[in-house]
Design a protein around this ligand. Structure first.
Ligand code: UD1
Ligand code: UDP
Length: 380
């Protein structure tokens, strides 16, 4: 009998990182692979599914405008319960640290269904930052029985917490996803079609995290405005997240700024193309901190801390924080100091080698006693 795997995810980053795993499992006869989306994100999730050609088996369709964490948690718990009772999977796979992932893991636990955690073991050790993600991933760690840690560092975090269950070091599936998304091609987004990447230094900007709402986000946008004013040859491209708070703040602070292009969210292929043609990246996103180093692009992280220290240690990512003057100064330095720029602009891949999905599938076979071969750990 094949192992019945139900992958549950709901937001854009989870979809990008789970898509190559869904495709890997679907290609292997040892698995009966089903997909349930919560649609915590609606448009941004559907875009990713279309990119990867994935049609979900179940759609909980929970998204509401301006949803609260309680809304997401209670809707997922209620609606996933029926799906789990119908499907009876051997294991539920969840990804990362979203509230979809936490509520899905909890729901499976209530029915005593084993949980596999993809992208396990990332920690800042600050319960409120990122919020609520740090707590989500700690709680998922407790609920899960199989942990797929991207790096040795992530696995060490889990061991230090005496986490129960099997820990595998697999690499991050985002590097697998980039095999599908990165390629040559032109832009279909009008503002990007007309942008001359040879004449202008383009900075990809994203900012959406809940703990940055309010003063931190306003500081970031004020710093961006000052940089755009100071450097005539620089253009910012900011694909704005669909969160009403983020859209409103971005429009207020950056809407009429010369050299700042605000766009709708880009599909994953265009986004990766944009990063690969950019001079560098400024972001509070988790995924971008993993993707940009693989593309040889420096990253300034618009947060106080990061759960992804590997690229900081490799020298391609720097923590810029959320203070206006510090962001301004560091960005000016990266734009004017070619020694600093060249040091940061080297392609490094501490997060994966493109084989994470194969390792996770092999690890599942090993865990279910269908193979005696434990997959080798990922090492950069
Ligand atoms: C969520 C995750 C965060 C992740 C981020 C990725 C939680 C608590 N947060 O945060 O970890 O980094 O996704 O982007 O799980 N919206 C739309 N259409 C969409 C998507 C969002 O309109 O396709 C709007 C809705 O009004 C929604 C709001 O954005 O209520 C916020 O979405 P939500 O998923 O609650 O929070 P994110 O900030 O996206
Ligand atoms: N992304 C995208 N289009 C956009 C912005 C981001 O496809 O307009 C991709 C990005 O390349 C990465 C993922 O979405 O793979 C990151 O998602 P996000 O920043 O929303 O969440 P996080 O990684 O911080 O959880």
């Amino acid at each position: 009998m094949p192992i019945k795997v139900l992958s549950v995810f709901g937001t854009r980053p989870e979809a990008i990182k789970m898509a190559p795993l869904v495709l890997e499992l679907a290609n292997r006869p040892e698995f009966d692979s089903l997909v349930c989306i919560t649609a915590q994100h609606r448009q941004m999730l559907d875009g990713v599914l279309a990119c990867f050609g994935i049609t979900p088996d179940y759609d909980l369709d929970i998204m509401q405008e301006g949803q609260t964490l309680t809304d997401i948690t209670s809707l997922v718990l209620n609606r996933l319960n029926d799906v789990l009772r119908e499907v009876h999977p051997d294991i539920v796979l969840v990804h990362g640290d979203t509230t979809t992932a936490f509520a899905s893991a909890l729901c499976a636990f209530y029915l005593q269904i084993p949980v596999g955690h993809v992208e396990a073991g990332l920690r800042t050790f600050d319960r409120y930052s990122p919020f609520p993600e740090e707590m989500n991933r700690c709680l998922i760690g407790r609920l899960a029985t199989c942990h797929f840690a991207p790096t040795v560092h992530n696995a060490e975090n889990l061991k230090a917490e005496n986490i129960a269950g099997d820990i595998f070091v697999t690499g991050n599936t985002v590097i697998d996803a980039m095999k599908y998304t990165v390629g040559d091609g032109s832009f279909s987004t009008p503002a990007l079609k007309n942008l001359n990447f040879n004449e202008r230094r383009v900075i990809t900007l994203t900012c959406h995290r809940r703990e940055n709402y309010g003063e931190p986000m306003e500081n970031i946008f004020r710093a961006v405005r000052r940089i755009a004013d100071k450097f005539n040859d620089v253009s910012f491209v900011y694909p704005v997240h669909l969160s009403p708070y983020v859209r409103e703040t971005a429009k207020t602070f950056l809407g009429d700024t010369a050299n700042v292009i605000l766009t709708k969210p880009l599909d994953a292929m265009e986004m990766h193309r944009l990063m690969s043609k950019s001079y560098f990246v400024m972001t509070d996103s988790g995924g971008l901190q993993e993707e940009a180093p693989a593309l040889g692009k420096p990253v300034l992280v618009l947060r106080r801390e990061t759960e992804r220290p590997e690229a900081v240690e490799a020298g391609t990512v720097a923590l810029a924080g959320v203070d206006e003057n510090r962001i301004f100064d560091l960005t000016c330095k990266l734009l004017t100091d070619s020694v600093m720029y060249n040091k940061m602009a080297k392609a490094v891949n501490p997060y994966g080698d493109g084989n994470a999905c194969r390792r996770i599938a092999d690890a599942l076979l090993f865990s279910f006693g269908k193979s005696s071969c434990r997959p080798e750990d990922f090492h950069p």
